[in-house]
Write a protein that binds this ligand. Structure first.
Ligand code: PLP
Length: 442
């Protein structure tokens, strides 16, 4: 949607809301629909081709408004999470539609998803141990629990450990910045021998520093064998898995207990929208379910509805699935795939510009929209270059450390980015580099 269409649609939307407010007294306070009313009214998968805004608004009136906030908010979320799960070719076990125990929920952030998974895993292991040995106290178990992620994992994993009151250990990644099965296995064995209780592993697909991928096909079976909850954090990279050529990066997801990525990062859904799937919903509801009188309702234990409040930290919920419904239909799966492919192609364009310049080096494999590069020089020179780039305020780069090296990260992330911007950015970086090297020679 360009700016002029956005203006037009935005104004129409204000009118729609104002009409609703003006006519609100004529509406019922509670809808007539029964649980499960919405799914049969909506296709089973996202459209491949784009649809029009008018089509979607017609459906809002026809499908959403009769179900008002509840149950429409919950039911559209369940169906949208199935649509998205199918775009990613997630195993059936994660889809609500399969009729099994799995399903998806929209969280606010990847940090929340990791925390929710960790807390659910903590409850699960504690209950299992107490069933086997009722004399064990929760405190005595908690002090022995240990979780793992690679040394490249996002700080939100460590934070989940802090909040959840459990130890988190960093597994050294390999030469490609990936967590490997052998390193995890070694840590599990060492910790078990020391009397600790491994219970949770976070594998990252698309790490923050350099977009590396933990080896799920090695890590997954080890977690299954050790009865350890495997959570996958694909906050950024997950969006790319809707493209068949990148789907292999998700192979091994079948071993996971929970999987999460942020459509708000790279799938054109506005902030916030973090998609989380679990194989066994009872692991979440078992950990978070409380039912005070003021939250009881007539379908409480009917098995007909999904009570998302038991899947998350907050009680109140926003109607975030509407954003997914609009985006998936306005772009179509093909439009979303084209968007991802364009970004990846532009990052490779930047990569090849860097590779052609003998003063620079590429520091990690370029798989998606992130290029890690640096001047072939000292860390101090690279820090000075970054300082120069960021203080010029034409582009903005965020650095990282890869092992002992200070590295610059070029991320393709704007909705409107074109090749010309990449070329301009590289020209700018080279000009600043020339200035820097000249000044250093003096
Ligand atoms: N995990 C990874 C791999 C990330 O790259 C990020 C953020 O960049 C996060 C987690 C945290 O995401 P959020 O802001 O949704 O909590």
């Amino acid at each position: 949607m360009n700016a002029s269409e956005f203006r037009k649609r935005g104004k129409e939307m204000v009118d729609y809301i104002a009409d609703y407010l003006e006519g609100i007294e004529a509406r019922q306070v509670y809808p007539d629909v029964e649980p499960g009313y919405l799914r049969p009214l909506i296709p089973a998968s996202a459209p491949q081709e784009p649809e029009t805004f008018e089509d979607i608004m017609t459906d809002v009136e026809k499908i959403i408004m009769p179900g008002a906030a509840s149950p429409a908010c919950t039911e559209l979320e369940t169906v949208m999470m199935d649509w998205l799960g199918k775009m990613l070719e997630l195993p059936e076990a994660f889809l609500a539609e399969s009729g099994g125990e799995g399903g998806g929920v929209i969280q606010g952030s990847a940090s929340e998803a990791t925390l929710v998974a960790l807390l659910a895993a903590r409850t699960k292991v504690t209950r299992q141990l107490q069933m086997a040995s009722p004399e064990l106290s929760q405190a005595s178990i908690m002090e022995k629990l240990v979780a793992y992620s690679s040394d490249q994992a996002h700080s939100s994993v460590e934070r989940a450990g802090l909040i959840g009151g459990v130890k988190i250990k960093a597994i050294p990644s390999d030469g490609k910045f990936a967590m490997r099965g052998s390193a995890l296995q070694e840590a599990l064995e060492r910790d078990k021998a020391a009397g600790l209780i491994p219970f949770f592993v976070v594998a990252t697909l698309g790490t923050t520093p350099c977009c590396s991928f933990d080896n799920l096909l090695e890590v997954g079976p080890i977690c299954t064998e050790a009865n350890v909850w495997l959570h996958i954090d694909a906050a950024y990279a997950g969006s790319a898995f809707i493209c068949p050529e990148f789907r292999h990066l998700l192979n091994g997801v079948e071993f996971a207990d929970s999987f999460n990525f942020n459509p708000h990062k790279w799938l054109l859904v506005n902030f916030d929208c973090s998609a989380m799937w679990v194989k066994k919903r009872s692991s979440l509801t078992g950990a978070f379910k409380l039912d005070p009188l003021y939250l009881k309702h007539s379908h409480q234990d009917s098995g007909l509805i999904t009570d998302y409040r038991h899947w998350q930290l907050p009680l109140g919920r926003r109607f975030r699935s509407l954003k997914m419904w609009f985006v998936f239909r306005m772009y179509g799966v093909k439009g979303l795939q084209a968007y991802i492919r364009k970004h990846v192609q532009l990052s490779h364009e930047f990569e090849s510009l860097v590779r052609q310049d003998p003063c620079f080096e590429i520091c990690a494999e370029v798989t998606l929209g992130l290029v890690c590069f640096r001047l072939k020089g000292t860390n101090e020179q690279n820090e000075a270059l970054l300082e120069k780039i960021n203080s010029a305020k034409k582009i903005h780069l965020v650095p990282c450390h890869l092992r002992e090296k200070f590295v610059l990260r070029f991320a393709i992330c704007s909705r409107t980015v074109e090749s010309a911007h990449v070329q301009q950015a590289w020209k700018h970086i080279r000009e600043l580099t020339t200035e820097l090297l000249r000044a250093q020679k003096k």
